[in-house]
Design a protein around this ligand. Structure first.
Ligand code: NAD
Ligand code: 6OH
Length: 504
């Protein structure tokens, strides 16, 4: 037996050189295997752990365990019991708060301050929100009278879909994974989760929390590995998976949809975005710079909801560009572990190459680089990491690939506009449609413009202010379906309508 294999998130062995080994979690046990890959901290490219990769046999075992769990004691758990369990999971996350924060930060390069404020609290909140919701969710009922005098009561009951495959990305690993696991468990499903290969640590900790909270074996399974030709593909194409929920790139969504087609699996997709922000001259200037600044640079720009296209009314264009430049330049870039760091690294040096290639193209296409456009220099191990400067571009045509493609970094392009109509037209001129934000003190205009946005969510004078009961998703290439509140419950359950003749 491998001496490193002592726990799910892998205890270190006695030797100084042996890294932790992160395990898969199948049928209530941590399991390993023959293949491993590195878990890298992108702040300095150091290795934080090794990860056991799940091959097709282990994926099959996980799916089989999930199927078996659906026929076992889990099937007899009522809503109150499931909700109580989910509260225990939320408590379990909070009891190990610092470990989750460290894991999330080391995997992504995001500041511990951000993981403490956003990722980990939301991970726990997702379980409580869906536990509360499933306890209070009503069902449809109709008293039916037919023209020929029959009477019936129609009512609907909610049943689990079955085995749900969950595939998640690296940018908000715990937040996005629990956003799917929580409603799936609330509805009585069994899940097989594959987190991003870039961010396996918090999911492995969550498996420990699940085990310790008493989640029955096989209800929550975790498999680690890559996407195409690997663990992710094995999972979504497995014939015993009933539904697939995925968050990630639009292109990956398309590949997963193909894999789901033969089995007619239902899918829920939250995909990419190229989100517009529209700033009117009458906005609250200070609030706009502060909050929209977050909307551009938070998580080093790696939030699917980040604004990468900013449209500013011409009267305040010059002021806005210089105020946002000041904001960008005042962000503290640093070690993610330092409490006052505001901007960490990107997820990987490979992703940084993609971001930098857009900076190069912007220059070639004649953009003005208002600030940034390169890589910061630290003179220490961070120079081996995946840092990039917060960057503001102006002067590109709307047709530029830097204005049409999702870059997924701390970057925006700012364009002036002269009329509301023009701003709306430019904002909507995209294949994506995830989120928009509008910055104005004119209430009527805010409502008027918000309704015209072709997106799943529009924020007015705020950004990423979330209520977990609201619908969340995108139009066009930004997704299929909605999750959140009852929308999640409807995806993760089958509705069985029962028609009972009452007279006639
Ligand atoms: P990605 O699509 O590359 O990977 C996401 C996950 O899919 C990973 O776990 C990966 O291993 C897996 N995967 C890749 N190919 C697969 C395949 N063929 N079959 C099965 N699984 C496969 O995305 P990413 O780079 O991890 O994340 C960044 C992207 O995610 C951005 O485009 C961002 O906009 C998007 N995103 C969207 C939302 C949203 O809610 N709309 C939220 C977060 C991130
Ligand atoms: C994408 O990077 C962020 C998605 C956020 C949510 O799905 C959420 O529920 O807040």
């Amino acid at each position: 037996m491998d001496t490193r294999l002592m726990a799910g998130s892998g205890a270190t062995s006695g030797t100084a050189t042996a890294p932790k080994l992160l395990g898969n979690f199948v049928d209530g046990q941590f399991v390993y295997g023959n293949r491993e890959f590195d878990d890298i901290n992108p702040a300095d490219s150091s290795r934080t752990a090794r990860v056991a990769e799940a091959g097709p046999e282990l994926v099959d075992q996980a799916v089989t365990a999930a199927r078996r769990a659906l026929r076992g004691e889990w099937a007899s758990w009522g809503v109150r019991q499931r909700a109580a369990l989910m509260y225990k999971v939320a408590d379990g996350i909070e009891a190990r708060f610092d470990e989750f924060v460290q894991a999330e930060s080391a995997d992504t390069g995001k500041p511990v301050a951000l993981a403490s404020r956003l990722d980990v609290p939301r991970g726990a909140a997702n379980f409580r929100a869906f536990a509360d919701l499933i306890k209070t969710a009503g069902l449809e009922a109709f008293e039916t009278e037919t023209p020929d005098g029959k009477q019936a009561l129609n009512y609907t009951v909610r049943k689990p879909v079955g085995v749900v495959g969950i595939i998640t990305p690296w940018n908000l690993p715990l937040l996005l994974l629990t956003w799917k696991v929580a409603p799936a468990l609330a509805c009585g499903n069994a899940v097989v989760v594959k987190p991003s290969e870039e961010t396996p640590a918090s999911a492995t900790l969550l498996a420990e929390v699940m085990r310790d909270a008493g989640v029955p074996s096989g209800v929550f399974n975790l498999v680690h590995g890559f996407g195409e030709g690997s663990t992710g593909e094995y999972l979504v194409s497995h014939t015993e998976v009933d539904a697939v929920t995925f968050t990630g790139e639009s292109r990956t969504g398309s590949a997963i949809m193909k894999a789901c087609a033969p089995g007619l699996k239902s899918v829920s997709f939250e995909l990419g975005g190229k989100n517009p922000a529209i700033v009117f001259a009458d906005c609250d200037r200070e609030q706009t710079i502060a909050e929209l600044g977050d909307g551009i640079f938070l998580n080093t720009g790696q939030v699917c909801l980040c604004a990468e296209r900013v449209y500013v009314e011409r009267a305040i264009f010059d002021w806005f560009v210089s105020a946002m430049k000041y904001k960008a330049e005042s962000l503290k870039i640093g070690w993610p572990t330092e409490r006052d760091t505001q901007l960490g690294s990107l997820i990987s040096t490979a992703h940084r190459e993609k971001v930098l290639s857009y900076f190069r193209m912007a220059k070639e296409q004649g953009a003005t680089i208002v600030t940034g456009g390169g890589v910061p220099s630290f003179g220490d191990a961070r120079d081996n990491g995946a840092y990039v400067q917060p960057t503001i571009l102006t002067g590109l045509p709307e047709s530029s690939c830097c204005v049409t493609d999702e870059i997924f970094g701390p970057v925006c392009h700012i364009t002036p506009f002269d009329s509301e109509q023009e701003a709306v037209a430019m904002a909507n001129d995209t294949k994506y449609g995830l989120a928009a934000s509008i910055w104005t003190n004119d209430l009527k205009r805010a409502h008027r413009v918000a309704r015209q946005m072709n997106v799943g969510i529009t924020w007015v004078n705020c950004w990423f202010l979330r209520d977990l009961r609201t619908p969340f998703g995108g139009v066009g290439r930004s997704g299929i379906g909605r999750e959140g509140g009852m929308h999640s419950l409807n995806f993760y359950s089958e509705l069985n309508n029962i028609c009972v003749r009452t007279s006639g």
